[in-house]
Design a protein around this ligand. Structure first.
Ligand code: FPP
Length: 249
């Protein structure tokens, strides 16, 4: 849960030069938030959408360059059809109404995942929002949609194999950089800070390659209750960590 320390005091402790470049978030707990209020699960997702807006705005204000949000996983199709449909509806609504806000905050939108498998109307909304914000130079917001870390690695290896097949005669060379170049995130730095809400200690197939050295911060706060104060707490905790990348620091 959020601490009792006022937001302004937390903000005053932030060292801008020690902020993470890339924050990635596993947004969890929408269903539990709704259940606690005897509301349908979709009410939790709708409240979660407001948390999405708050956190994007806070990251833009703090001048964090990259934010990646896990919005729909390859496993989420297993949910009841009605919930999946409503989640897609919510996403379309967010893209339609939110794009002007993103643009106004100079935010550039990107997407990662098996986008071709999403409904055509969602793809269309994504295309429009990505195109509209493509020249923006502020926060780079990435939505992970129909995303799975293992699926991403499979897609990267497939793409590598295709590349090698078309490079006649050349012996295939495989190193970390070659794999990195074929990931959906090839134009993003690895996350420095991975946040997960609702207390679960799991990666849930999110950015498996990229979080190799990310600092992990888990909060009991359910995603719809997550706000700028929670983000500041995560950032302050991150600032205290010593990152050694396997070395001695
Ligand atoms: C996990 O909570 C959340 C999701 C699977 C969907 C995330 C969607 C949103 C935050 C709203 C829309 C997002 C955008 C980008 C417009 P859960 O349903 O697994 O919660 P539970 O574990 O408590 O059941």
């Amino acid at each position: 849960m959020s601490s009792e320390i006022p937001e302004a005091r937390l903000l005053a402790q932030i060292h801008p030069e020690r902020l993470p470049k890339h924050v990635a978030i596993i947004m969890d707990g929408n269903g539990r938030w709704a259940r606690k209020r005897r509301l349908p699960r979709i009410a939790g997702h709708r409240a979660g959408m407001n948390a999405v807006r708050r956190v994007i705005e806070a990251c833009a204000e703090l001048r964090i360059p990259y934010l990646t949000l896990y919005a729909f996983s390859v496993e989420n199709w297993k949910r009841p059809r009605r919930e999946v449909e409503l989640l897609m509806q919510l996403l379309k609504e967010y893209l339609k109404k939110g794009v002007a806000d993103l643009d106004r905050h100079n935010i550039r939108l990107g997407v990662i995942g098996r986008i071709a498998e999403l409904p055509a109307s969602v793809r269309q909304g994504l295309r429009a929002a990505v195109t509209k914000t493509q020249s923006n130079t502020g926060l780079r917001l990435t939505l992970a949609l129909n995303y799975g870390g293992r699926a991403e690695l499979v897609d990267a290896f497939r793409s590598l194999m295709t590349e090698h097949a078309s490079a006649a005669g050349a012996a295939p060379s495989l190193d970390e950089e070659a794999i990195r170049r074929h990931l959906y995130t090839s134009d993003l730095p690895d996350p420095d800070l991975l946040i997960r809400t609702s207390g679960e200690m799991r990666l849930s197939n999110f950015l498996l390659w990229q979080v190799a050295y990310a600092e992990i911060w888990v909060t009991e706060t359910l995603w719809p209750d997550f706000g700028k104060k929670d983000l500041l707490e995560a950032l302050l905790d991150y600032q205290k960590r010593e990152r050694r990348y396997g070395g001695l620091g």
